[in-house]
Ligand binder design. Structure first.
Ligand code: ZN
Length: 159
């Protein structure tokens, strides 16, 4: 995918904005699912608090620290998944992961704001920053008890 310069600038602005002022930060007392994740290659850490009802997300908040990409990704994720079913979320993560790792046509309608991370594909080290929140969310929804690490992707995906 090629982007013109102005569009790329806009995307970077959105990542910087969410990275500096992440949405939905905090602790959720009514959480039904909770999970921590860690990307040791960059030092990104976060904990997700999810309140779900009949496998639909009602509320989500997160606490954490890390680079702008990891925080922006977590922030945008929390904005996008409210009122979505677990099944829809797993499909969205799959599309998002493919966009960051494969040469495919990007489904811009479904990915919506997540397309701001399309440029991350050119920086393989940063893919883990962009996907940490999603790996952690998937583990939370699957009720995995272990600490999520981007260095255990195979194990996480197999569960
Ligand atoms: Zn990072």
């Amino acid at each position: 995918m090629t982007m013109n310069v102005s569009l790329r600038d806009l995307y970077q602005e959105m990542i910087l904005d969410h990275g500096k002022n992440p949405r939905n930060v905090g602790y959720l007392s009514g959480a039904t699912h909770c999970q921590s994740g860690h990307n040791p290659l960059c030092g990104d850490r976060l904990t997700l608090y999810v309140e779900a009802d009949h496998e639909v997300i009602k509320q989500i908040k997160f606490e954490g620290s890390g680079c702008a990409i990891s925080m922006a990704s977590a922030s945008l994720m929390t904005e996008m998944i409210k009122d979505k079913s677990f099944t829809d979320i797993f499909q969205l993560f799959s599309l998002f992961h493919d966009m960051l790792t494969k040469d495919i046509v990007i489904d811009e309608v479904t990915l919506d704001k997540l397309t701001v991370f399309a440029g991350v594909k050119e920086f393989p080290m940063r893919v883990k920053c962009a996907t940490l929140a999603w790996h952690t969310l998937k583990a939370a929804l699957l009720k995995s008890e272990t600490l999520v690490s981007t260095e255990n992707e195979e194990q996480t995906d197999a569960s």
